[in-house]
Design a protein around this ligand. Structure first.
Ligand code: NDP
Length: 259
């Protein structure tokens, strides 16, 4: 590989916003993008948790700022992007990671649960993307948006219907926005993580028989580690992926390929 090709993986000089970065996957992605050279805005609803992530990035030699926002509110999505542009001088990369899940039999799903999941995982991602794309369009420099999808973007999982609907919608949104914003040189891609142990999924892991059943679905024979996600996120955000848009990369130890 030539030095120029290798340099395309660097995010030096880029400004990124990672939503839902106070813990779990978002925290790992924020640390990863910062390690690759980006200045990173970390967002979520809990300022104290965000400050810890900012400190972790600074301790590793990176640059980070906290942004308090509730992505279920479009005004917060817009204000968050405005805050990032003010603090970092622009926005080149958005990672739509904020998400939530609550499993419940579909016959018991009420409107409040449906709205909470869809508003966070799908509506929030759209309005953050819209605000980010507006800023990227104004700057005229293009950009990269990465949506965090799921195995449920592709497969029907019982008792996860609102979540699966949100993540299937997010995959459709990824493709449609990629087509619509390509003329602006804004690339829109996604990753679909497999099984990662975080606060979101912690309760499942308390059940050893669940763990055994899930592991049988993973050809590589282990659950994901958060670091398994960072290389793909850096790649898709970087110029090394300059000709890739509208794609979703499974990061699942081979699960989707073998189901
Ligand atoms: P966590 O529950 O650990 O983290 C979720 C993050 O989203 C937190 O930082 C939380 O911050 C933030 N968040 C939730 N609701 C809102 C909101 N309304 N506004 C702003 N931020 C919000 O989950 P994971 O790290 O596991 O999940 C991250 C993403 O990855 C999600 O989109 C999830 O669907 C997806 N995913 C996870 C998988 C897994 O196995 N863990 C598999 C596939 C996809 P705060 O509460 O402080 O606001």
């Amino acid at each position: 590989m030539t030095p120029k090709a290798l340099a395309a993986f660097s995010l030096a000089g880029r400004r990124a916003l990672v939503t839902g970065a106070s813990r779990g996957i978002g925290r790992a992605l924020a640390l990863g993008l910062a390690a690759a050279g980006a200045a990173v805005a970390v967002s979520g609803r809990n300022r104290a948790e965000l400050d810890k992530v900012v400190t972790a990035i600074a301790d590793a030699g990176g640059v980070a700022v906290p942004v308090v926002q509730d992505v279920t509110k479009p005004a917060d999505c817009r204000a968050g992007v405005a805050q990032v542009v003010g603090a970092l001088g622009g926005l080149d990369i958005l990672v739509n990671n904020a998400g939530m899940e609550e499993v419940r039999p579909s016959l018991e799903v009420d409107e409040a649960l449906w709205d909470r999941i869809l508003d966070t995982n799908l509506k929030g991602a759209f309005f953050c993307a819209q605000a980010a794309a507006a800023a990227m369009k104004d700057a005229g420099t293009g950009g990269s948006i990465l949506n965090i999808c799921s195995l449920t973007s592709y497969r029907g999982i019982p008792t996860a219907v609102p979540y699966g609907s949100s993540k299937t919608g997010l995959l459709g949104m990824t493709r449609a926005l990629a087509a619509e914003w390509a003329p602006l040189q804004i690339r829109v891609n996604a990753v679909a993580p497999g099984y990662f142990r975080t606060e979101l999924t912690e309760a499942f892991y308390h059940d050893v028989s669940w763990q055994e059943a899930m592991l049988r679905k993973v050809p590589l024979g282990r659950f994901g580690q958060l670091d398994d996600l960072t290389g793909a996120a850096i790649f898709l955000a970087s110029d090394a992926a300059a000709y890739i848009t509208g794609q979703c990369l499974g990061i699942d130890g081979g699960t989707l390929a073998s189901l």
